[in-house]
Design a protein around this ligand. Structure first.
Ligand SMILES: [Zn+2]
Length: 394
């Protein structure tokens, strides 16, 4: 995997870049829709393609439990299994496992947990999590980390941060051993597709995750630990877990500045359209969040004028589109009244149209952000969004 920065904003840390993956080139800053179980809820891969989505996020924890990584490996890997030709990022499952609370036990070796589905017992280590993601065949894989809830004491945040650091080293060593053995096996096989397989096995990337809660000293140590191990990109984890918004931005800014200037930075699980604009200015290149898709299914639509609760009775006879400033097919063709009706009677098309519009809005926001960085006018866009107070009136 290769990352190049093609423009920097003179007035902030924002940068525009290109990420070269085995499944296509990604323009950054980028928003990655969440396809928890190998599918973005209410969307077909064809719809995601028409939205211009260059990369999806899938959840290792969920796919490991169902249908199982070995099943997916046997069916040719996750791309083929889900019919998605572009890039995929898989998380490590750390966040989901840590959310299980009573159902897990964290030790130096790894995590033992009970499935949220049937209570069956499972064991994951830093090495095993890499092994599972290799079976899935993701373009970008994440290390196993220990993510804490907010608030966490300095002592517990320090313990989790140091454990994540030791796990990072083990994940990287395993990753390297596996890459070397895969190369040797493929080269010796005489398979005519060997050159392609070698290309793919060497071109996927492993990202480290910086933890440390809201504590600056821990974030600094964690960033140093991760860079000592050395990864192809660095994520900022453990934010957007309930801390005040000002703290999210402040910790993200502090941490992003500690990361290598020429490698991708990924802020995990954040956030709202305003968060994207704010955090790009801090030097973040990659985002993921369930918000556009989950909110859409609940009838909450993002527009240039702010959020719109489409279920409200006030839209029952509203012939206007969801957002007159939006170029998506939903806004060009359908009225608020029709969408409101679909939600009111529980038709699944409501979730489909709402999700399509929300994802279009997020991707369009990222396009505008990239254009503004490219033309050196990011600061202007940033001030306009701050002034709009809740809307994104570019
Ligand atoms: Zn729209």
């Amino acid at each position: 995997m290769r990352f190049e920065i093609v423009a920097r904003d003179p007035g902030s840390a924002a940068r525009r870049g290109r990420l070269y993956t085995p499944h296509g080139v990604i323009d950054t800053p980028v928003f990655m829709p969440v396809g928890t179980r190998g599918t973005v809820k209410a969307m077909t891969p064809e719809m995601l393609d028409s939205l211009g989505v260059p990369i999806l996020l899938a959840n290792t924890y969920h796919l490991y439990l169902r249908p199982g990584h070995e099943t997916i490996r046997a069916l040719g890997g996750l791309h083929r299994f889900i019919g998605w030709p572009r890039a995929l990022l898989t998380d490590s499952g750390g966040f989901q496992i840590m959310s299980l609370q009573e159902l897990r036990e964290v030790t130096e070796e790894g995590v033992r947990f009970q499935s949220h589905l049937d209570g069956s017992s499972h064991w994951l280590s830093p090495e095993r999590v890499v092994e599972i993601q290799l079976a899935l065949g993701a373009d970008i894989m994440m290390i196993l980390d220990q993510c804490l809830e907010y608030p966490a004491t300095h002592e517990s945040a320090e313990r989790a941060m140091n454990l994540t650091g030791r796990w990072a080293k083990r994940a990287k060593e395993f990753w390297q051993r596996r890459a070397i053995s895969r190369l040797a096996t493929t080269a010796a096989s005489g398979d005519p597709e060997a050159p392609l397989a070698i290309h793919q096995s060497t071109d996927s990337a492993l990202f480290g995750i910086v933890q440390g809660g809201v504590y600056r000293d821990l974030r600094r140590t964690s960033a140093e630990q991760m860079q000592e191990v050395g990864f192809e990109g660095y994520a900022i984890g453990g934010l957007g877990v309930g801390e005040p918004k000002a703290e999210t931005y402040s910790v993200a800014e502090f941490t992003a500045a500690l990361l290598p200037k020429d490698q991708p930075r990924y802020l995990m699980g954040v956030g709202t359209p305003e968060d994207l604009v704010e955090c790009v200015a801090l030097g973040i290149d990659m985002f993921d969040c369930v918000m556009p898709t989950r909110n859409a299914r609940n009838g909450c639509l993002f527009t240039s004028q702010g959020k719109l609760a489409i279920k409200s009775a006030r839209y029952a006879r509203d012939a206007n589109p969801v957002d007159a400033a939006c170029g998506c097919f939903v806004c060009r063709k359908y009225s608020r009244a029709f969408l409101r009706h679909l939600f009111a009677v529980g038709e699944m098309l409501g979730a489909i149209l709402g999700t399509y519009h929300n994802l279009y809005f997020y991707l369009d926001t990222m396009r505008k952000i990239r254009d503004a960085i490219g033309s050196g006018e990011y600061n202007k866009l940033w001030s306009r969004v701050r002034a709009a107070n809740g809307g994104l009136n570019f």
